[in-house]
Design a protein around this ligand. Structure first.
Ligand code: G3H
Ligand code: 13P
Ligand code: ZN
Length: 284
């Protein structure tokens, strides 16, 4: 089927009280694993491309891979730009066939973030593409920061209503204590902050840095309005473990298909598990 917008996927998730998985892709095997998992679970999915993915694979390859995958499958697929930071690139993604884009203006002041996000919403809306924005700053697990600095990065509920009203975004990524990458210790999510934010806005909330967040915490976040859950690191881990397992068993293996095939299966398994945790199994 043709790509669907993020707005469409998330509106259904709001009605059904579940979250849709948003899985990062970097190559063909990852795209195929996400689709195989979504089909096995009969679930809608976001397939998203980060700046790193675009640099590695190239925008046109990513678009072709995901368009091909969507065309061949019966599950709804949204192609989403993850952490777009460059206005021109976001517009290019809209023009080239993404069905959803994120503008991450977290490095800007509130007013600058609003101004750029608003411009992108205008362009995206005219093209029938959804927009996710970021308020607060979702860092990386490698960032060594003090507790007070970390708190300063979290989404300030006082800004939320104003930001959403001014920009007209379709969904909002919030900083509530998650981080990108492998956690050194179990993350402590600020559920009170999330509950406060949920009361202030009626658009779907997005959780980033979700690999390594315990299932019960992910599900609690979903009960408090999270409708899109981003997963990258868990897929990378499964990929690398799959490759290592083959090469440890047979160091002489030289056929890439025999190395990447099992890695693809390992990624399919982890994506299936996540879909079940998010409650989107059977929601295609
Ligand atoms: O947003 C974070 C993702 O894990 C993407 O990271 O730019 O290294 O692909 P990346
Ligand atoms: P993780 O790599 O921590 O799962 O985060 C993914 C993400 O938020 C992509 O935007
Ligand atoms: Zn992210």
């Amino acid at each position: 089927m043709p790509l669907v917008t993020g707005k469409e996927l998330l509106e259904k998730a709001v009605k059904g009280n579940y979250a849709v998985g948003a899985f990062n892709c970097n190559n063909m095997e990852i795209v195929q694993a996400i689709i195989a998992a979504a089909e096995a679970e009969n679930a809608p999915v976001f397939i998203q491309a980060s700046q790193g993915a675009i640099k590695y694979a190239g925008l046109d390859y990513i678009i072709s891979l995901v368009h091909t995958a969507a065309k061949k499958t019966f599950v709804p697929v949204c192609l989403h730009l993850d952490h777009g930071t460059d206005f021109k690139q976001v517009v290019q993604c809209i023009a080239k066939g993404f069905s959803s884009v994120m503008f991450d203006g977290s490095k800007y002041s509130l007013e600058e973030n609003i101004a750029i996000t608003k411009k992108i919403v205008e362009i995206a809306q005219a093209a029938g593409v959804s927009v996710e924005a970021e308020l607060g700053r979702i860092g990386g697990t490698e960032d060594d920061i003090s507790v007070s600095d970390r708190d300063a990065m979290l989404t300030d509920p006082a800004d939320v209503q104003y930001f959403v009203e001014q920009t007209g975004v379709d969904s909002l990524a919030v900083a509530i204590g998650t981080a990108h990458g492998q956690y050194k210790a179990e993350p402590k999510l600020d559920f009170d902050r999330l509950a406060q934010i949920q009361k202030l806005v009626d658009i779907p909330i997005v959780m980033h840095g979700s690999s390594g967040v315990p299932d019960k915490d992910v599900q609690k976040a979903i009960s408090l309005g999270v409708r899109k859950v981003n997963i990258d690191t868990n897929i990378r881990e499964a990929f690398v473990k799959g490759v290592k397992d083959v090469l440890n068993k047979n160091p002489q293996e030289i056929d890439p298909r025999k190395i990447l095939g099992p890695a693809r299966e390992a990624m399919t398994e982890i994506v299936r598990e996540k879909i079940r945790v998010f409650g989107s199994s059977g929601k295609a």
